[in-house]
Write a protein that binds this ligand. Structure first.
Ligand SMILES: NC(=O)c1ccc[n+]([C@@H]2O[C@H](COP(=O)([O-])OP(=O)(O)OC[C@H]3O[C@@H](n4cnc5c(N)ncnc54)[C@H](O)[C@@H]3O)[C@@H](O)[C@H]2O)c1
Length: 395
C-alpha cells in the first residue's frame, strides 16, 4: 500500500471539502485547502444563506489549529485561473511549511455543485460549464506539468447515469456486439446541465488518462446528508456550510429543516424518484480510502459512492418518524415537480468498490435521523421559510 502524504483539497471551504480537510489532518496527511469562495458569493447573490454561520476558511483553519495543533494550509483563489493553480502546485500559495514539492493526491471538489443553479438561466449555465470544465482541465494540465504520478480524486455524481431501465454498473459496461466484446464507459444520461458537466469532466479525465497515463479516481457520489462529523463537535464554528434552500440544499437536509420549521415536506411530484444516499461521514471515509489506495498509472477508476437507496417518499417517511420521536407533527405534501425526471422507475446501481476497499458504512437509522433533526432544531430561529419552495424550473 502506498501511503499518500501531501493532499491538496480543491473546494476546501465547501460542505464536503472543509470536513475532509479536518479529517485528513487527523489521519496524518499533510493537507492544503483551496477555494474561490464561489459558494459563499452565490449564496449572497441568490439570498439563500446557510443555516449556520461559519467563519471563512482562514479563520476556521486557525481555530482548528488552536484546538488540535494540526495545520490546514489555506489559499483563496480560482482554479480556472491557471497562474493561480501553478502557484498552488509550486507551493507558493501557502506558508513555507507546505514546501515546494507538488501534492501526491488532489481531491477535486471545486465545482459548481447545484443542478437548479445550472438551470436558472443562460448566464448560470455558461458559468457552470466554464467553471467545472475549465477548472478540471487546468487541474489535469497542472498534474501533467508538476507531477504525473499525482492521483486525482474527482467528485462525480450518480446523476451522470440517469435512471436507465437496466442495472447500473460501476463506471464501465461490458458490451457484446455481433460476436465481439468491448468494455465501454457506462452510458451517461444526465438530468441537468450540472450533471452533464460531471459526465463531461469524467470523459475529459478518461481521455487524458489514455493520453498521459494519469492516475484518476472518479467518485460517482449520491446525495449526501448530515450536519456533523467527529471534528465539527469541538466547536460550532467548525461546522460545514449547510444549505436547505431550493438551490444548494440536498433533499434530506432540506426535509430536516422543513420539519423543524413546521413546513410540509416538499415531495416533488410522485416521490418515487430513487437515489443512493450517504452520510457525510461516509464521504470522508470514501475519499480517504481512495487516496490511501491510489488508482494505478494509466487507470481511470470509477466507484459508485453511496450506501443506501431511498425514494423521496421513503426519505420523507424517515423524517416524519424522526419528528414523531421528538413530539413534532410533520406533514408531507406533493408539489409540482420543477425538474424533468422519471418519478417512478427501475434503479439498481452496483456499489461494491468502496466496500471492497474497507468502507464501514453509516446507515440512516431512526436514531440517526432523530439526532439530525434534534440538531437542526437548535437553529430553528434562523430558518427562512421563503428559501424552501422551488423557484427554478427545468422547462
Ligand atoms: N453534496 C452532495 O450531496 C454531492 C453529491 C454528489 C456530488 N457532489 C460533488 O462534490 C463536490 C463538493 O460538493 P459540496 O456539496 O461540498 O459543494 P460546495 O459548493 O459546498 O463545495 C464546492 C466548493 O468548491 C468551491 N469552488 C467552486 N468552483 C471553484 C473554483 N473554480 N475554484 C476554487 N474553488 C471553487 C466552492 O466555493 C465551494 O466551496 C462537488 O463537485 C459536487 O458536485 C456533492
Amino acid at each position: 500500500m502506498t501511503m499518500t502524504k501531501k493532499v491538496l483539497i480543491l473546494g476546501g471551504d465547501g460542505y464536503l471539502g472543509w470536513p475532509t480537510a479536518m479529517y485528513l489532518t487527523k489521519l496524518g496527511y499533510k493537507v492544503a485547502a483551496v477555494d474561490s469562495y464561489f459558494r459563499r458569493w452565490a449564496c449572497h447573490e441568490l439570498n439563500v444563506e446557510p443555516l449556520i454561520d461559519v467563519p471563512n476558511m482562514q479563520i476556521r483553519a486557525a481555530l482548528h489549529k488552536d484546538l488540535t495543533q494540526r495545520t490546514i494550509e489555506v489559499a483563496v483563489g480560482d482554479i480556472t485561473n491557471y497562474a493561480f493553480l501553478q502557484k498552488v502546485f509550486e507551493g507558493k500559495a501557502f506558508s513555507s511549511g507546505w514546501g515546494p514539492e507538488p501534492p501526491d493526491a488532489v481531491i477535486h471538489y471545486a465545482e459548481q455543485p447545484s443542478a437548479p443553479y445550472s438551470m436558472i438561466d443562460r448566464e448560470k449555465a455558461v458559468f457552470t460549464l466554464t467553471n467545472n470544465l475549465v477548472g478540471t482541465a487546468n487541474l489535469i494540465h497542472a498534474v501533467r506539468e508538476y507531477n504525473r504520478d499525482c492521483h486525482i480524486v474527482k467528485l462525480g455524481t450518480m446523476g451522470v447515469y440517469g435512471t436507465p431501465n437496466i442495472d447500473i454498473e460501476e463506471g464501465y459496461l461490458d458490451v457484446e456486439h455481433k460476436g465481439r466484446r468491448h468494455k465501454f464507459l457506462y452510458p451517461k444520461a444526465p438530468g441537468s446541465l450540472y450533471h452533464l458537466t460531471k459526465a463531461q469532466d469524467g470523459d475529459m479525465l478518461y481521455f487524458y488518462v489514455r493520453m498521459w497515463d494519469l492516475r484518476v479516481t472518479d467518485l460517482n457520489q449520491g446525495p449526501v446528508y448530515g450536519i456533523e462529523t467527529d471534528d465539527t463537535l469541538k466547536d460550532d464554528r467548525l461546522f460545514s456550510i449547510f444549505n436547505y434552500d431550493d438551490v444548494f440544499g440536498t433533499v434530506l437536509n432540506r426535509f430536516l429543516v422543513q420539519a423543524a420549521a413546521g413546513f410540509p415536506l416538499t415531495v416533488y411530484g410522485k416521490g418515487g424518484q430513487t437515489r443512493g444516499y450517504l452520510d457525510i461521514k461516509d464521504t470522508l471515509a470514501c475519499v480517504e480510502l481512495s487516496v490511501r489506495h491510489p488508482a494505478d498509472r494509466g487507470k481511470y477508476r470509477v466507484f459508485n459512492q453511496f450506501v443506501e437507496l431511498f425514494s423521496v417518499n421513503e426519505l420523507a417517511e424517515k423524517v416524519v418518524q424522526a419528528g414523531r420521536n421528538l413530539g413534532l407533527k410533520v406533514e408531507v405534501k406533493s408539489i409540482p415537480n420543477p425538474r424533468r425526471e422519471a418519478e417512478d422507475h427501475y434503479y439498481n446501481p452496483a456499489h461494491t468498490g468502496l466496500l471492497d476497499l474497507g468502507l464501514q458504512p453509516h446507515c440512516l437509522t431512526d436514531e440517526v435521523a432523530t439526532q439530525m433533526l434534534a440538531h437542526v432544531m437548535k437553529y430553528k430561529g434562523r430558518i427562512q421559510r421563503d428559501y424552501i419552495l422551488p423557484r427554478v424550473s427545468w422547462l
